[in-house]
Design a binder for this molecule. Structure first.
Ligand code: HEC
Ligand code: HEC
Ligand code: HEC
Ligand code: HEC
Ligand code: HEC
Ligand code: HEC
Ligand code: HEC
Ligand code: HEC
Ligand code: HEC
Ligand code: HEC
Length: 284
C-alpha cells in the first residue's frame, strides 16, 4: 500500500494535469475533439487544459467518471444550474458584446449561452446567418410570422439579420437594440431619413416605430396602418381632407381626384421631412 503522502501527491498531480483526453477520445457519439478546431481548443495552451477552462478541474469526475459530474456540465447526463454553466462562459466573456448579459431580457428568461451556442462544433451555428436565424425563430414565432408578411425587411433573404438591430446578449436599450435609440438603429442603414431637414415632421424625428413595424406588416412600406388612417391616428380627421373623402370635406367642396378616396401622401409626399423653402406642409 502506498504511503499517505504518496497518495496525496498522486492526487495533486492528477489535479494539476487533467486526464480528460485519456478517456474522452473522439467517437461518433461524442465528437468532442472538434473543439480543437475552434479558438477554445487553444485555451490555456490547448489539450486537456482547455477542457478545464469550461468544465472545471473536475477531480471527482476524473476519479469516478460515471458517478460524479464534472464541475460544470452542460448535459446530457448532468446539467449544472444555468447560472453556473453561464458563469463558466462569463469568466472570459463579460466585456464588449456580452457586457449587458446580466440583467438582460434573455438572462432574465433563464436562457443559457448554450441555448444558442454549440461549443463542440467546428463552426458555432451563431456565427452563420442561417444558423442564427433558425435559432431566433425557433422561439420567436411572432416575428417568424411577421417576416412572411407582404412588406418586410429582407431577413429571410439574408440581406438583414436579427442581429443588425438586436444584441441577443442584452443591451442598455429597449428591445435590446444595438443602437442607443430606435431611430439611431434605423439611420445606420437609412441615413437619408436622418436629415437635417428644414421642415421636420415631429413623429419622424421621435420614433420611426410610430408608423413602421420593422419586422413586417400587411401594408406596403412596413406601415402599421393604411393610407389616411395612418395619419389620422394623430391628425384630426375633422378639419381637412378627412375620412369620408367626399366633396364635403374639402374647403372648395370639389371632388378633386387627388382627394377622393386618396391618400394624404398624394399631397404631403415629404412625410419624412422637407428641405424645400416652401415645404412647411411637407407637400414638396
Ligand atoms: C477516467 C476516465 C475519465 C476522465 C479522466 C474524464 N472523464 Fe469525463 N467522462 C467519462 C465518462 C465515462 C463519462 C460518461 C459518464 C456517464 O455517461 O455515465 C464522462 C462524461 C463527461 C462529460 C459529460 C457529462 C454529462 O453531463 O453528460 C463531460 C462534460 C466530461 N466528462 C468532461 C470531462 C473533463 C473536462 C475531464 C477532464 C477534467 C474529464 N471528463 C475526465 C470519463 C472520464
Ligand atoms: C468553450 C467551453 C468548452 C470547452 C473548452 C470544452 N467544452 Fe465540453 N462542452 C461544452 C459545452 C457548451 C457542452 C454542451 C454541448 C455543446 O454545446 O456543444 C459540452 C459538452 C461536452 C461533453 C458532452 C457531449 C455530449 O453531447 O455527450 C463532453 C464529453 C465534453 N464536453 C468534454 C469536453 C472535453 C474532453 C473537452 C476538452 C477537449 C471539452 N469538453 C472542452 C463546453 C466546452
Ligand atoms: C478561458 C476563457 C474562455 C472561456 C471559459 C470561454 N471562452 Fe469563448 N472564447 C475565448 C477566446 C479567447 C475566444 C477567441 C477570441 C474571441 O473571439 O474573443 C473565444 C471565442 C468565442 C466565440 C467565437 C467563436 C469563434 O469561432 O470565433 C464564442 C461564440 C464563444 N467564445 C462562446 C463561449 C461560450 C458559449 C462559452 C461557455 C460554454 C465560452 N465561450 C467560454 C475564451 C473563453
Ligand atoms: C439568444 C441566443 C444567444 C445567447 C443566449 C447567447 N448568445 Fe452569444 N451570440 C449569439 C449570436 C447570434 C452571435 C453572433 C453575433 C453577431 O453576429 O453579431 C453571438 C456571438 C457571441 C460571441 C462571438 C463574439 C462576439 O462577441 O460577437 C461570443 C464570445 C458569445 N456570443 C458569447 C456568449 C456568452 C458567453 C453567452 C452566455 C452568457 C451567450 N453568448 C449567449 C447568440 C446568443
Ligand atoms: C430592422 C431592424 C430589426 C430587425 C432586422 C429585427 N428587429 Fe426585432 N425589433 C426591432 C425594433 C425597432 C423593435 C422595437 C419595437 C418597438 O418597441 O416598437 C423590435 C422588437 C423585437 C422584439 C420585442 C417584441 C416586440 O415585437 O416588440 C422581439 C422579440 C424581436 N424584435 C425579435 C426579432 C427577431 C427574432 C428578429 C429576426 C428574425 C428581429 N427582431 C429582427 C427591430 C428589428
Ligand atoms: C430559447 C428561446 C429563445 C431563443 C433561442 C431566442 N430568444 Fe429572444 N427571447 C426569448 C424570451 C422567452 C424572451 C422574452 C419574451 C419575449 O419578449 O418574447 C425573449 C426576448 C427577446 C427580445 C425582446 C427584448 C425586450 O426588451 O423585450 C428580443 C429583441 C429577442 N429576444 C431577440 C432574439 C434574437 C435576435 C435571437 C436569436 C439570436 C433570440 N432572441 C433567440 C427566448 C428566446
Ligand atoms: C441593417 C440595415 C437596416 C437597418 C438597421 C434598417 N433597415 Fe430598413 N431596410 C433595409 C433593407 C436592406 C431594405 C430593403 C431595401 C430594398 O429592398 O431596396 C429596407 C427596407 C425598409 C423599408 C421599406 C420596406 C418595403 O416594404 O419596401 C422601410 C419602411 C424600412 N426599411 C424601415 C426601417 C426602419 C423603421 C428601421 C429601424 C427600426 C430600419 N428600416 C432599419 C435595411 C435596414
Ligand atoms: C408619420 C409616419 C412615419 C414616420 C414616423 C416614419 N415614416 Fe417612413 N414612411 C412613411 C410613409 C407614409 C411611407 C411611404 C411613403 C413614402 O415612400 O414616403 C414611408 C416609407 C419609408 C421608407 C421606404 C421608402 C423610402 O422613402 O425609402 C423607408 C426606408 C422609411 N419610411 C424609413 C423611415 C425611417 C428610418 C423613419 C424614422 C427616422 C421613418 N421612416 C419614420 C411614414 C413614416
Ligand atoms: C404619431 C403622430 C403623427 C402621425 C402618425 C402623423 N403625424 Fe403629422 N404631425 C405630427 C405632429 C406632432 C406634427 C407637428 C404639429 C405642429 O407642429 O403643430 C405633425 C405635422 C404635420 C404636418 C405639418 C403641419 C404643420 O402645421 O406644420 C403635416 C403636413 C403632417 N404632419 C402630415 C402628416 C401625414 C401626411 C401623416 C401620415 C403619413 C402624418 N402627418 C402622420 C404627428 C403625427
Ligand atoms: C389635395 C391635397 C391634400 C390632401 C389629399 C391632404 N392635404 Fe393636408 N394640406 C394640403 C395643403 C395644400 C395644406 C396647406 C394648407 C395651408 O397652408 O393653409 C395642407 C395642410 C395640412 C396640415 C397643416 C394644417 C394647418 O393647420 O396648417 C396638416 C396637419 C395636414 N394637411 C394633414 C393632412 C392629412 C392627415 C391628410 C390626409 C387625411 C391630408 N392632409 C390630405 C393638401 C392636402
Amino acid at each position: 500500500m502506498a504511503a499517505p503522502a504518496a497518495v496525496a501527491q498522486e492526487a495533486e498531480e492528477a489535479a494539476a494535469e487533467p486526464r480528460c483526453l485519456m478517456c474522452h477520445r473522439e467517437t461518433a457519439d461524442q465528437p468532442v475533439h472538434a473543439i480543437f478546431r475552434t479558438p477554445h481548443g487553444q485555451l490555456e495552451g490547448g489539450g486537456a487544459a482547455s477542457c478545464v477552462s469550461c468544465h472545471g478541474a473536475s477531480d471527482d469526475h476524473q476519479r469516478g467518471p460515471t458517478r460524479n459530474a464534472p464541475d460544470v456540465s452542460f448535459g446530457p447526463k448532468w446539467e449544472s444550474a444555468t447560472a453556473d454553466s453561464n458563469g463558466a462562459c462569463l469568466t472570459c466573456h463579460q466585456k464588449e458584446e456580452q457586457m449587458f448579459w446580466l440583467g438582460g431580457v434573455h438572462e432574465q428568461e433563464d436562457l443559457a449561452c448554450t441555448s444558442c451556442h454549440d461549443s463542440h462544433t467546428p463552426r458555432d451555428p451563431m456565427l452563420t446567418a442561417a444558423g442564427q436565424l433558425e435559432n431566433c425563430l425557433s422561439c420567436h414565432t411572432r416575428q417568424q410570422a411577421q417576416m412572411r408578411l407582404p412588406s418586410r425587411h429582407p431577413i429571410l433573404e439574408g440581406k438583414t439579420a436579427c442581429t443588425d438591430c438586436h444584441n441577443p446578449h442584452g443591451a442598455a436599450t429597449e428591445a435590446m437594440l444595438t443602437a442607443p435609440t430606435l431611430n439611431d438603429n434605423c439611420y445606420e442603414c437609412h441615413q437619408e431619413k436622418r436629415g437635417p431637414f428644414l421642415w421636420e415632421h415631429q413623429p419622424v424625428t421621435e420614433n420611426c416605430g410610430y408608423c413602421h413595424n420593422p419586422h413586417g406588416t400587411v401594408q406596403p412600406n412596413l406601415l402599421t396602418a393604411r393610407g389616411p388612417f395612418q395619419c389620422q391616428q394623430c391628425h384630426s380627421a375633422a378639419f381637412h381632407p378627412s375620412v369620408a373623402y367626399d366633396g364635403r370635406s374639402t374647403t372648395s367642396g370639389s371632388s378633386n381626384q387627388y382627394v377622393l378616396g386618396k391618400n394624404c401622401l398624394n399631397c404631403h409626399s415629404q412625410v419624412h421631412g422637407s428641405n424645400h423653402p416652401s415645404g412647411a406642409r411637407l407637400t414638396r
